[in-house]
Structures are given as C-alpha cells and as structure tokens.
Design a protein around this ligand. Sequence first.
Ligand code: FES
Length: 105
Amino acid sequence: MSTFVKVATRKELPPGGRKVVEVDGIAVALFNVGGQICAIEDVCTHDGGPLAQGVLVSPQIIACPRHGAEFHVCTGKALTLPAIEDVETFPVKVEGEDILIESFF
Ligand code: FES
C-alpha cells in the first residue's frame, strides 16, 4: 500500500528551484520545472553523485556534479555518459500549498 507524504511547500520550491528531501530513508531531489514539480532519486546511477548539487544545463536537465552525466529531472532518463542507467522517479502530488511524494512504506 502506498500513501502520499508532505515533503515541502510550493513557497520552498519556486519555478527553477530545487530541494532535497528524504522519503523512507531515500534522498529525493525535487525540481520545479516551469511550475511542474518533478522528483528523482538524488543519487547518480554512475557512481552515487548528489544530482541536485549539479548544474541545470536546461530547465529539465541536470548535470551530475561528479562526472557530468546528464539526467532528465522529470523522466529520470540518463541522457549522457558516463551514466547508462536511469534514476528512479517518484510520483508527486500538489495539494494547495503542499507538495507530496508517494511513499510505499
Ligand atoms: S557519479 Fe554522476 S557522473 Fe559519475
């Protein structure tokens, strides 16, 4: 069974913003892409780099701060080497001012 848990408010995540939260012991990076809230695991699939500390090379694409692999922040797709595996994505709900992420625990 899953449930959605509040992890942030809209005020904390303005357009273009990002925030790292923890859900079920997993570091999750939230991004506000032009008003759409996206959530991916904050761990690069290449060698564990903290993705949210990277540079946004476009509003939807983050470059890992360690070796530069690029990921789509909404689909989790690995777009460039050295990463070859996608990162996990998490369902997001916005209820009023609250941002919620699906938790399976
Ligand atoms: S740890 Fe992210 S590109 Fe190497």
